[in-house]
Design a binder for this molecule. Sequence first.
Ligand code: ATP
Ligand code: MG
Length: 560
Amino acid sequence: MKSTSLLIATKRELPSDAKIISHKLMIRAGLISKSTSGLYLYLPMGLKILQKIEAIIRDEMNKSGAQEVLMPVVQSAKLWQESGRWNKYGKELLRFKDRHDKDFCLGPTNEEVIVDLARQYIRSHKQLPINFYQIQTKFRDEIRPRFGVMRAREFIMKDGYSFHLSTESMQDEFNKMHKTYCRIFERLGLKYYPVLADSGSIGGENSVEFHVLADNGEDKICFSDSSDFIANIEKVALKKPLSVKAPVQQEKKVLTKNKTTIEQIADFLKVAKNICVKVLIIKTKSKFLALALRGDYDINITKVQNLYGDFSFASDDEIKTLGLKKGFIGVKNLNIDLVVDYSASVLSNFVTGANEYDYHLTGVNWNNISFSEEDLRNAVDGDQSPCGKGKLVIKHGIEVGHIFQLDDIYTKPLNAGVIGKNGKQQIMKMGCYGIGISRLIAAIIEQNHDDKGIIFPQIISPFKLIIIPINYNKSHRVKALADDLYNKFINLNIEVLLDDRKERPGVMLTDSELLGIPHRIVISDSHVDNNSVEYKARNQNDKIEIKLNDLFSFIQSKLD
Ligand code: ATP
Ligand code: MG
């Protein structure tokens, strides 16, 4: 392709909402363009990359025996009511009515629709196991769309769903998909990790996420330093530490005027944050609860959700109504149930709010306080690994894929059964498998860039090779050589871009580096004199002169 017939939408200036490198580079390289919050257009270069990723995923999914289908983006509320998710799924589900006042939603995931397909077309166990997948747009009304296509509202997902007669068959397919995902991410040149995960709103018992490590990853991944244990922080269960009982101190009420955060209290009282106990008030479906944690630890939302179901943090008004004083809430004299994190329940002589404005208590102990204990906090670096071996090291990851064993949690309510081996109707078991295709582009860029731009792995680069002629529009000798090489590369089926724009050489070189095209050839008049070109690989610093006679075999060898 020639640059003059392609929209090269590279930019020098950046939108202010681009905070992370992949978002900045995708905008600057002209791969995507923002329509509005969380909605993006793919420009020609970006679409080429997307299609290359899709082709690899399709190839591996087909090889694994899965069949491609395409389901509608708009889904009827009826199916969601049948599964029970219409009311359960939060505001990420965009619900709307059609002209006949019937309820619909934009599909954030497709379990209901595929189970409806399965219950209509799969009648006998002889048709099982079967695995369907699609590559399709999803919509989730994310509360905080950000980081470009990394967390968008509309995004492209490969979602797959398999159906089985037995648990063993479901597990076999899960293991097969695990391997398929590994092959996909390896072909994409990613450094990735399969990670034990929580199943979230999709449900099911066993699930594995695939993470790409990157400083800008939104997830925290815990690695054991002495075993192959790797889990999402959401999933890392922490044990109760052994308590070391110190001699009981005298409890005191101290004036802590306007000191409402753990930092301020610890600073003011000159104590460590790890002997302060903070109390968070949550509202579950049925009641308010007080959760107590050590001051230096964070609450693990997933653990709380798994214990108490959907919840929210109490608002300032709700806190007032409960008779509590925001900023000064403590563990004593609460009129709601108190649940204490294991790490806080072993403390002695700690600091906590006095449940009175401008006062805290010091030297507090748990005797005479009624509470229950749970694991409520996030792991931190150095915690014991739950596998029993070694300590945890925490890194940031981007979730690019997630596989689940759903068992019958969708097939049962939707009554998707087949005639089993014994001639009786039997509910099918189900697995489900997602890959965030648009997020993958961002993840690949997070792992492959330098200060000049993207460094695309050859396999997904929109072009393998770029020819940059100096003075293409002035020197007929340069033009002749550039055109000749370009045509020969095209005949060799090599994806080549000829930069025939009337741009300064500096602009063309900068653009080619920003775009991350893996191989570059520069042609000037002096090269024509020498029967040579200048070659540079995007991921290397040195430029080398290659004689024209050697050029094609040289480039071929680079592409193999
Ligand atoms: P997250 O925890 O990041 O919100 P999820 O657990 O909700 O992800 P799944 O329901 O498992 O995601 O969806 C499958 C895949 O779709 C994810 O692994 C991720 O790569 C991708 N994905 C999910 N939400 C988004 C989004 N808002 N924007 C882009 N990709 C997404
Ligand atoms: Mg999500």
